[in-house]
Ligand binder design. Structure first.
Ligand code: CA
Length: 507
């Protein structure tokens, strides 16, 4: 029977694992390719994750943006031509939940970071097992650079959760600078008392360096001029790392998280006015594209390109409450919501020789899938924890087989601790969401709206109606049982594996 994502059955490989499609032909094709690589090189692949902040699905030229929206992205477009462009890759609705999901293979309701921790707030990754830990135990050199935002408490800092070295900041861009900018906070900037009050808050205003198991060293206070240079400095740090590793037999994992293009954007002076749009957000996109180019060129020049899986993505959709300092997405609503605009992110995966060039796929991929997939590629699938639920599926055969198809059947959308929607194939069945009614919200942004619950559910056909404007449910009742059973099976996993709420939730 030909494969169909709605009709074809899945297999639950273990009680603690998300069910997945098993495409036998593509599995053996992928295994042959991986075996050939291992035999020829005697290596396991390096892994470079470049994660942008609040960059939209439509910002890059290869997604229909680029020059058409005032910021050409030739380096990212080239990476897409050399690899696989994903059109249905899903993050979580905001920064910290997405990042924790990427590093643990678990949904926010399992790792517990339901929203970003605020100034000095406790809580983070304690008790979780990260991809960096799994890879480090298997002999990988692990490096984190740039934005962390997974909790500032000691046990959640990168050098305590698997990274050998960290160079970056622990929080989020606007926290360092917005109260310094008289345009946004005149009442603080022009008040010595309020400035002193902010400076006394329990928040580290510096970007930092740390090595495995050690304490943080402050590198420099993140003033606005310093912030404008961070992405350049962090790129240089990663380039140095890549050059150092070139001579080593050990494989490596580089988790490079940019500052840009989270509000407020202050591009490096080399990039001021560099975009046709001349806007700081767009100039920052041009700068980020150049950073991808510099990292790619370093891999090429040091002979590591063909040994490296490269993944470029963004941690959530556009933050529209700060428009026009905001990304572009053709989808409905924004960051903070479970409409497509909040969670459908650009994602490009490249590994020359192993992933065929020039592919694109609308197969479902979730941020949870990174952990089991990289674990399989690194030949440590058996190390993925078995004492907790892992929501990711192994996408190795999707990536490596010629014209491979996704192994994921369902995309689950969670809004804090509320189950919001299920996608399978082109259909999205939504039970609860953020209102983006423009009489009620700003711009319209995903954090501003109220939650709405739909007593009968809404059904969107994302192929006919990618902006989710017309519920199709009453004409498509034949699907209802299968959507409901998909949701029921998913929710039942929380009976055996109880949810965890560390930051946020309870409502
Ligand atoms: Ca973000």
């Amino acid at each position: 029977m030909p494969f169909d994502p709605i009709v074809s059955p899945t297999v639950r490989v273990a009680p603690h694992r998300e069910p997945q499609f098993v495409h036998e032909d593509q599995q053996s094709a992928a295994a042959r390719r991986l075996d050939e690589y291992r035999t020829r090189t005697g290596r396991r692949p390096n892994v470079l994750v470049v994660l942008f902040d609040d960059v939209g699905w439509g910002d890059f030229g290869c997604y229909g943006g680029g020059g058409a929206v005032g910021a050409p992205t030739p380096n990212i477009d080239r990476l897409a031509r050399e690899g696989l462009l994903l059109t249905s890759c899903y993050s979580e609705p905001s920064c910290s939940p997405s990042r924790a999901t990427l590093l643990t293979g678990r949904l926010p309701m399992r790792h517990g970071l339901l929203r970003p921790p605020m100034y000095g707030e406790a809580g983070g990754l304690a008790g979780e097992v990260t991809l960096a830990e799994l890879l480090a135990e298997a002999g990988y050199v692990t490096q984190a650079v740039g934005k962390w935002h997974l909790g500032e408490s000691r046990e959640s800092q990168p050098q305590h959760v698997g990274f050998d070295d960290f160079y970056g900041f622990l929080s989020v861009s606007d926290m360092y600078t917005e109260w310094r900018d008289p345009y946004f906070f005149p009442e603080i900037v022009y008040s010595e008392e309020r400035t002193a009050w902010v400076e006394n808050q329990p928040f580290n205003r510096c970007f930092v360096h740390a090595t495995r198991g050690g304490e943080l060293d402050n590198v420099e206070e993140v003033t606005i001029p310093v912030l404008s240079q961070l992405d350049d400095k962090w790129c240089e740090y990663s380039i140095d790392f890549l050059r150092r590793q070139a001579g080593s037999d050990a494989p490596w994992f580089l988790y490079h998280c940019t500052r840009g293009a989270h509000f407020d954007n202050y591009p490096h002076e080399r990039y001021l006015g560099s975009s046709p749009a001349k806007h700081p957000y767009k100039d920052t996109i041009v700068e980020l594209d150049a950073i991808v180019g510099r990292l790619h060129e370093t891999l090429h020049d040091t002979g590591q390109l063909e040994d490296t899986l490269v993944i470029v993505s963004s941690d959530n959709g556009p933050e529209m409450e700060t428009w026009p300092d905001a990304a572009y997405s053709p989808f409905r609503c924004a960051k903070g919501s479970t409409w497509e605009g909040g969670v459908r992110v650009p994602a490009i995966v490249s590994w020359p020789g192993l992933i065929d060039a020039g592919r694109s796929s609308d197969g479902l991929v979730a941020f949870t899938d990174l952990v089991p997939t990289v674990a399989a590629l690194a030949d440590i699938a058996g190390s993925v924890p078995s004492d907790r639920f892992i929501d990711g599926v192994d996408q190795t055969s999707f990536l490596l087989a010629p014209e491979g198809q996704s192994n994921r059947k369902y995309q689950y959308y969670w809004l804090l601790d509320h189950f919001s929607a299920l996608r399978v194939g082109e259909y999205k069945f939504m039970l609860e969401s953020i209102s983006d009614d423009d009489r009620d919200v700003l711009n319209p942004g995903g954090f501003t709206g109220v939650t709405q619950r739909y007593p009968y559910g809404r059904l969107y056909n994302l192929y006919l109606d990618p902006k989710e404007t017309r519920s199709y449910l009453i004409r498509k009742l034949a699907y209802l049982d299968s959507f409901q059973s998909g949701i029921r099976e998913h929710l039942l996993t929380f009976r055996d594996f109880p949810p965890k709420r560390v930051v946020g939730g309870g409502g």
